[in-house]
Design a protein around this ligand. Structure first.
Ligand code: ADP
Ligand code: MG
Length: 727
């Protein structure tokens, strides 16, 4: 029975690191080799086209139509020079990950042969037959047209022999059907609003950019072991499996030496990343066994997000070359840490000033405090929405479960910044109006001092870390755009409200700095409930957060409701990021995805319980029964009873577990049947959460108990100790 398991274990144990071909080129020349970046644009485009394109990119304007053909011609030439035969519009549907539909460059030449062609129209507009991508009903299947169009702010790149063009995906009537479109709108909104506010401090500012540095956590599992675990292969996580006696107690994995097989994989991945222009920089072990992290240097949000999505798919491919499966699921294994994706986020001006970074002059520091206070106000006001933006079926295993971060959004500021903000509230700052440099807000530390990583609170979902905020609640498998668009839109909206107020006050003759400081003070006071520097894992915090009026909902389908609250709808509409129709459609998709994920897991668990686990448990029970029977035959009754005592006890336990598992599986199937009849997507998702999920936990509990009892020789699935400790 367990030959498959032992074969897999043997195969995994025997593996050595796969050597990586080390290119002669250093990173400087390797970097961006597969990207149609500015250098390539300069080389392949006519000068005028290049200038127009760069101007469009830098100033966030659409590319004038008349230049599309010229850009396409240059891009095609570069791609073909590098071996391309196909092209694809690479987009981000509302499901996970990315989607692509490949077309060859060939067209009839009218003489019975073909020519390779790629026009401006093909670059700017495609109609993928995308009727099966979820659209939440915006685009019904009769009218299945969606458009994709190149996002010029993200350069095209090559994967194998395919030219990939990062695109937005919208319906025929202009509604977004993807993540990129609203993200770009949100970045645009935060640019405009941020610039308004930044100009109070420096009238020369033209743009405010948002930056993102993601840290991607993941697990590696040997290919053979992965294949012997149908639950991993079908759902991305183990639906059963007793904790290994040794897991992460010794904390010996974190920052430990990277195993050679893994190091070879990481190196290979970095090379691929660099060729694709992804500035991968950091790699290390994570807390859990077989868990690792990868982080690049931060970039502008839209590009950083494309790079994150791209690296997630490159990881999978490179992993296979090294006989690994990359697990991006938030919780592949119970009992040890799950995986997240920290989003380091900041705003900065086109003049290179980081707006969450304290500066050298008091004026810079007033600007710094202004932006921080506005972020606090935005996150406070929209804390339910920000939480909704990171909620999913898979991330629910981390949030609010036995692991950080809690399903409550709060902001960690640290001792120094808290102190500064308190001083402002207490009017302990002097404001000498005669000298524009003498607005003292009490920030006289240098940035280096404020960047204090020692007191970083790991339990906070949203922490100030010296020159940026680290939003840590993201799931490892998600598209960061979901949270980045919500956060940037909320902050943009708040900055506009702030700018309106200040402009109004200045109009009535108030001094600019006085007006700013007054308003900042009021923002700090009003958003006080979002500030929490304590232990986010504690039960006291949950009670305290509820008292403070923060959103404490833990059920993902209900958390999604926050997208449709009045304050969210109004905020998204004011900033032009998402319309009500889009919000409603997107929530339909979220609920549907939630249901489907749980549905698949429940089915897989039910099948495995019935065909893998119960037969083996039964077999072991029979072995024990046989033993008892033979003992009874051979020994006098009293002696036999004594000798069989332990076996009898085990048999009873096994029978007990089998009974519960059978009953629970039946009830789970029934619960699914009832839930499937519900036509409202929200209600259905709630039914799955409330009535299907609990059975899964119980079934798992009993299977894991059986794993401890049944003869190791016949247990059919690789165990945690095998999955997690074999290199
Ligand atoms: P940690 O100590 O949190 O693990 P890492 O060095 O692994 O830190 O990752 C920090 C990430 O934050 C990197 O991607 C880094 O480029 C990024 N980062 C640094 N400064 C900023 C900033 N101002 N804005 C956005 N991201 C930043
Ligand atoms: Mg970090």
């Amino acid at each position: 029975m367990s030959t498959l398991r032992f074969k897999a274990v043997e195969e995994a144990m025997g593996r050595k690191a796969v050597p990586v071909e080390v290119p002669e080129e250093r990173p400087e020349t390797l970097y961006g080799k597969k990207v149609f970046n500015r250098q390539k644009m300069f080389e392949y485009l006519p000068r005028e086209t290049f200038d127009v394109l760069v101007d469009s990119i830098d100033n966030r304007k659409p590319l004038p139509r008349e230049y599309a053909d010229s850009v396409a011609a240059g891009m095609k030439k570069w791609a073909i020079d590098n071996g391309a035969r196909h092209y694809t519009h690479w987009f981000q549907p509302l499901t996970d990950g990315t989607a692509e539909k490949h077309d060859s460059f060939i067209e009839h030449d009218g003489k019975g042969g073909v020519v390779e062609k790629f026009t401006g129209k093909m670059l700017v507009q495609q109609e993928p037959d995308a009727s099966s991508f979820p659209s939440g009903g915006i685009r019904n299947t009769f009218e299945a047209r969606g458009y994709s169009a190149w996002d010029i702010s993200s350069p095209a790149f090559l994967i194998g022999e395919t030219l990939c063009i990062p695109t937005i995906f919208i319906s025929y009537t202009g509604e977004s059907l993807d993540y990129k479109t609203p993200l770009l709108r949100a970045l645009n909104a935060v640019d405009k609003a941020g610039t308004r506010v930044a100009r109070f401090f420096d009238p020369e500012v033209k743009h405010v950019n948002a930056y993102l540095g993601w840290e991607q956590e993941y697990f590696l599992v040997d290919e053979a072991l992965y294949s012997a675990r149908p639950d991993l292969a079908l759902t991305g996580r183990t639906l059963m499996g007793h904790e290994s006696a040794k897991n992460q107690q010794l904390e010996d994995h974190y920052f430990g030496a990277i195993p050679s097989r893994v190091e070879a994989f990481m190196f290979d991945l970095e090379l691929e990343g660099h060729k694709l222009g992804i500035p991968v920089k950091t790699r290390h072990n994570e807390v859990a066994p077989n868990q690792f992290e990868l982080a690049p240097i931060f970039e502008e949000v839209n590009l950083a997000n494309d790079h994150n999505l791209l690296i997630m798919s490159v990881m999978r491919e490179v992993g296979k070359r090294h006989n690994f499966r990359v697990l991006l699921h938030e919780k592949p294994f119970a009992g040890i840490n799950g995986s997240g994706k920290h989003n380091n986020w900041s705003l900065g001006t086109d003049k290179g000033v980081l707006l969450f970074s304290p500066g050298k002059t008091q004026k810079d520091n007033l600007q710094f405090i202004t932006f921080v206070a506005n972020v606090m106000a935005a996150v406070h006001k929209h804390n339910a929405l920000i939480k909704a933006s990171i909620a999913s079926a898979t991330n629910s295993h981390r949030l609010g479960a036995n692991e950080a971060p809690p399903a409550i959004i709060s902001i960690f500021l640290g001792e120094q910044l808290s102190h500064i903000l308190q001083n402002i509230v207490d009017d302990k700052v002097n404001l000498e109006l005669s000298d524009k440099e003498s607005v003292t807000v009490g920030v006289n530390q240098t940035p280096e001092i404020l960047i204090d990583s020692t007191d970083r609170n790991r339990t906070s979902p949203f922490a100030f870390v010296g020159n940026r905020f680290e939003f840590r609640a993201m799931g490892s498998s998600t598209n960061c755009a979901a949270s980045m668009l919500a956060l940037n839109a909320a902050v943009a909206d708040q900055l506009n409200i702030f700018a309106d107020k200040i402009e109004e006050k200045v109009k009535t003759g108030e001094d600019l700095n006085v007006a700013i400081l007054d308003e900042v003070k009021s923002l700090i006071e009003k958003s006080k409930p979002i500030h929490f520097d304590g232990n986010g894992y504690s039960d006291e915090w949950k009670e305290e957060a509820a008292r403070r009026g923060l959103d404490c909902e833990t059920s993902a389908p209900k958390i999604f409701d926050a997208y449709l609250s009045d304050s969210s709808k109004e905020m998204f509409s004011r900033t032009g990021v998402l319309t009500e129709v889009e919000l409603e459609a997107r929530n339909e998709v979220k609920w549907e995805m939630y249901t489907k994920k749980i549905q698949i897991e429940a089915r897989v668990l039910g099948d495995l319980a019935i065909n893998h686990i119960l037969p083996v448990a039964k077999r072991y029970e029979l072995t024990l029964l046989d033993c008892v029977k033979k003992t009874t035959d051979l020994f006098p009754p009293e002696k036999a009873a004594e000798l069989s005592e332990d076996d009898m006890e085990t048999i009873e336990k096994i029978v007990g577990h089998i009974k519960v598992i059978k009953k629970e599986v039946n009830e789970m199937v029934n619960a699914r049947r009832i839930a499937n009849k519900i036509s409202n997507e929200r209600e259905k998702a709630i039914a799955y959460h409330d009535t299907v999920l609990p059975h899964m936990d119980t079934i798992r509990y009993h299977i894991d108990k059986l794993e401890l009892m049944v003869d190791n020789e016949i247990w059919p699935l690789p165990k945690y100790r095998e999955l997690l400790f074999i290199r």
